[in-house]
Design a protein around this ligand. Sequence first.
Ligand code: ZN
Length: 271
Amino acid sequence: MNQKNSHRKIAAQQDSPTMSLQVYAETNLPTEFGTFRTVVFLDEVDQKEHLALVFGDVEGKENVLLRMHSECFTGEVLHSFKCDCREQLHTGLQQIAESGCGILIYLRQEGRGIGLGNKIRAYALQEQGYDTVDANRMLGFEDDLRTYDVAFHILNYYKIQSVRVLTNNPSKLKALEESGIPVIERVGLHIPVNPHSLGYFQAKQTRMGHMFEASQFGGEPTEQPSKPRHSTADTRHLSRQHANHTTPPKTNGHTPKSNGHAWLAKIKPHE
Ligand SMILES: [Zn+2]
């Protein structure tokens, strides 16, 4: 670790009263997807520790593959079927490693920013039939409280000139645009839906404008925990299945095709 980097202030954010980022620690972290330079950015205002997982030399580069990923304890640690966060995280890391030059910024904003406890409360409301947006509103929250200012400061810290973004979320593209960081391409992350995540996908598509593909709604539901992936070949296979490059973003309006599963019949085409 470069001690000179420790506790280094991020110059770009010194004018922000709501954030004070510093590089707190960094190391090389070997993972099944590759070895990432893992950098902890501490926000001294709220004491949250955000991560940058950097693959290759991104400093000052253009066309850097980027994912801005918000933490999801239930999906990533507990392997919940209710969302696609873990698969998006893993596919993102895989794609970044394969690209040879990229960065995944892991933001500590659980449950679209409402926190773990409130996310579980929202899940309880969803058991009663409310969708993810209405559940948040019933708890007194907005639809999506996530912000990406931390990510923009980290991108500026590395002097990244332009990005290709791994996302289905139009609000992330808009936020990047407003931050002044040029987006060269959107790279879609297309994780198959399962019976437990169906309502979540529908709400994200119809109420939040997320961009999905019809193929995501045709996968076999998986009731068993996903098979651990230890080999490069397996992860490459996953990457081919899940990642789909689209330039520019495709519009919604896909009508999922039935594959004989009763739960698929509940899907309604987005209008
Ligand atoms: Zn999740």
